[in-house]
Write a new protein. Sequence first.
Length: 428
Amino acid sequence: MVKPLMLCGNILDFIGNPATMGEQAVRFFERGAVVIIDGKIAALGEESIIAPKYPDVEVKRYDQHLIVPGMIDTHVHFAQTEMIASYGEQLLEWLTEHAFPTEEKFADYEYAHKIANFFLDELVKNGTTTALVFGTVHPESVDAFFDAAKARNLRMIAGKVMMDRNCPEALQDTPEQSYLDSKTLIEKWHGVDRLQYAVTPRFAPTSTPDQLAAASALLQEFPSVYMHTHVSENLNECQWVSELFPEAQDYVGVYEEAGLLNKRSVLAHGIHLSDRELKCMHSHGTSVAHCPTSNLFIGSGLFNLKQMQAHEVEVGLGSDVGAGTSLSLLQTYNEAYKVQQLNGNKLSAFEGLYMATLGGARALDLEGTIGNFNIGCEADIAVLNYNATPIMQTRHAQAKTLHDKLFALMMLADDRAVTDTYIMGKAV
Ligand code: GUN
Ligand code: ZN
C-alpha cells in the first residue's frame, strides 16, 4: 500500500450551490488538511484536528496556495485544439472554414493520439481533471483519446461524433454506421478504468431524424452512457433547425422527441432557449454547459444564467475549445463573470468555482465521485497559487476576504497559477 498523503494549506470546496444556499454552500479551512488514501479522500478538516489522527502520513505543505477540487470542463473538442483562435467567423461559417477541415485529419490514429496527448497535458496543467469531450466522426479519434486518458488515469467522458448530412463528405457517416461504430466504442471503453462514453450527435442540423433515432437506440441499449450535443448557440443555427425540423415544437423539442434527453444528457450553449425548452430540460434532468469564451469569440450571444437557475437546470462550465479561447476554467469564469455583468447580474467567484467543480460534477451526474472533498470522492485536486505573477501578487496583498482573494485569483490566473494537479492522489 502507498503511504497516505496529507495536503495542508487553504482548502476550499462546495457542499451545495452558492447561488441558492449562499455562503452555507462554501466549505473553507484556513489551516486545512486533506488526507488521501488509495487515491480517495479519507479525511478533511482543520489540520489541528486531522493531523493527530494520521501520524504516519507523507505531508505536503502549500503556503500561500488554495487547494480546490480538480476542475471539470463540461464541453470541449479535443480535435479542435490546434485551430483555437481562428479568425473572423460566426458559428456556421466557422464550422465550414475552420472546424471541419481540421477534424478531417483525425481519421489517422497516430495524429489523433499526438493531439490527444497534447490536449490532456494542457488540461492537467490548467487544473482540469475531468472533461466531457467531443471526438470527431472517426472512431480512431476516440480510441486515441481514450488511450491517452487511460495512460494518465484520468476520469474522462468522450464519444465519436455522429453526423450524416450538411458537412463535408469525408466527415459523414450514416445512421447504421454511426450506430455500429458507437456501439463498438461503448463496448470497448465505457466503464474501463475511469473512462465513460457519450453518444455524440454533433447537433440537429448535421443529423437526419434516422440518425437521431440511432442515437436514441444506443441510449436505450446502454442506459449509463451519456448524450452530448449542442443546442441553440447561434440565431442562424436556430432558424436552420426550425426549417430542417418543421414538425418539432422547438430546438430542445427535436432532441426530446427523438428520445435523447435524460439526466446524463449535456447540451452545450443554450443561449436562445424559451421557458418551455428549459421546463422540458428540467423535467428530464438535462444539464447545460455554459461556454462564455466561445460565446463571445464567435459572437453567439449572452448566456442567461438567471433563466437556468429559475428553472433549476444545472449549469457546468465548458471551455468549448476550439471556438473557446482558453482551456483554463479560471479564464472561463473570468469571461462568464463579464457576460453576467452585461446581463446586469453579479456572478460571484464562489458561484464560478462551484460551476467549475461540484456544479460540473452534478451536470455530469458524478456527484459523490468527483467535484468536492467529501470522504470517498476520488482525489483529483488542483493547487492554485495566489501569487503566481507580479500583478497577482500585488493584487493579492490588498485582498481582505476569502471571496476577494478568490475573485482576484480567478480573474487574473491562467495555467501559471496552477502549481500542482493531483490525479487520484498522485501529483503529475
Ligand atoms: N455546433 C456544432 N458543432 C460545433 C462545434 O464544433 N463548436 C461549436 N462551438 N458549436 C458547434
Ligand atoms: Zn462545442
